[in-house]
Design a protein around this ligand. Structure first.
Ligand code: PEP
Ligand code: MN
Length: 340
């Protein structure tokens, strides 16, 4: 349920309503839209049937929400969420690109890729130090050594770091080095992990599960928000369909649909979304044209030698072309590619 307060509502009246709801066992969360206080209350709405909330001073409207996701829904917050990380804004008309290798393989490759991708305008360096591999015999990532290289390379080129957290036991370690915590498709419904993410003060990028509906993605985000962390980015990374020409089917329609269901920023991952190098440029263009707030793209200086996902990694020269195209597309639809 959402309680919208009058524009001139007194703080004491707002606090009173919040306290009453908490007494009834509701979990509450305050936000503000157009100068009005908005209180989200999560709990059993049947309890409130007999309670005259509307009659309480300062209250303008009481809106029941029947959707299972509440805090992340566009009903709860009418304005788009903008996440500001050290001055890089994600959401709200900006288009931000995250780029780098699938896995951190060694220091030199990362220093080189950070230099090339930042020069082209990427503001966030990606790279996995803990890798969720289908085979237990495949390269599993460098662990903390990889995190150190990520931080060093990003700092050297004024970039932010995004890297994947797979296990709640690695939370403190990952938080020490990263600016954004990536939750991979295979962990989208790891509820223990999602609960823990609610308690950290770092933005989280949640990747859509291989077979997850948009509603399930939003429910996963709701776990994080309900735990107290509102800085969530949604990522469409392709879903499993009957098609075998592509690794996954990048669901472009999820971009506008998620943006209408939720106030959270939505980015697209054409690399995992298609699994094919020749699809990265066209699908990146399409995702930005469809309204994505950003992209996450795998780039490697020698894809044929990559320890993971070489088939879908583009070369730094291709990335230069991609960024130039995105700049044109963003401008055409009245948005801005953040490159510095
Ligand atoms: C990745 O970004 O390298 C990755 C493993 O992604 P996903 O979880 O979407 O498969
Ligand atoms: Mn990958």
């Amino acid at each position: 349920m959402i309680i919208v307060f009058k524009k001139d509502a007194a703080k004491a009246d707002i606090d009173h309503v919040q306290n009453r709801l908490e007494q009834f066992g509701f979990k509450t969360s305050m936000s503000e839209t157009n100068g009005r206080a908005i209180l989200g209350a999560i709990g059993d709405e049947r309890i409130l049937r007999e309670k005259p909330l509307f009659a309480m001073p300062g209250v303008e409207k009481v809106v029941p929400i029947s959707k299972p996701y509440k805090l992340v829904s566009s009903d709860f917050k009418k304005t788009e969420t903008v996440i500001d990380i050290k001055g890089v804004k994600i959401g709200g008309g900006n288009v931000v690109v995250m780029a780098g290798p699938c896995s951190v393989e060694n220091r030199d490759m990362l220093m080189y890729l950070a230099e090339r991708t930042s020069k082209a305008g990427a503001r966030i360096l990606r790279g996995g130090a803990f890798k969720p591999r289908t085979s237990p015999y495949a390269f599993q990532g460098l662990g903390e050594e990889g995190l150190k290289y990520l931080r060093e390379a990003a700092d050297a080129h004024n970039m932010l770091v995004i890297t994947e957290l797979m296990d709640p036991r690695d939370m403190d370690l990952i938080c020490k080095y990263t600016d954004i915590i990536q939750i991979g498709a295979r962990n989208m419904q790891n509820f223990r992990l999602l609960k823990d993410l609610g308690t950290v003060r770092k933005p989280v990028m949640l990747k859509r599960g291989l077979a997850a509906t948009m509603k399930e993605l939003l429910m996963a985000a709701e776990y994080v928000a309900a735990g107290g962390n509102d800085d969530i980015i949604l990522c469409e990374r392709g879903i499993r369909t009957f098609e075998t020409e592509t690794r996954n089917t990048l669901d472009l329609s999820a971009i506008p649909v998620l943006k209408s269901m939720s106030h959270l920023p939505v980015v697209a991952d054409p690399s995992h979304g298609t699994g094919r190098r020749d699809c990265i440029l066209p699908m990146s263009q399409a995702a930005v044209a469809a309204g994505a707030d950003g992209l996450i793209v795998e780039v490697h200086q020698c894809p044929e030698e990559a320890l993971s996902d070489g088939d879908q990694s583009i070369l730094p020269d291709d990335f230069d072309v991609l960024m130039k195209r995105l700049n044109i597309i963003a401008e055409t639809i009245g948005r801005k590619l953040t490159t510095a």
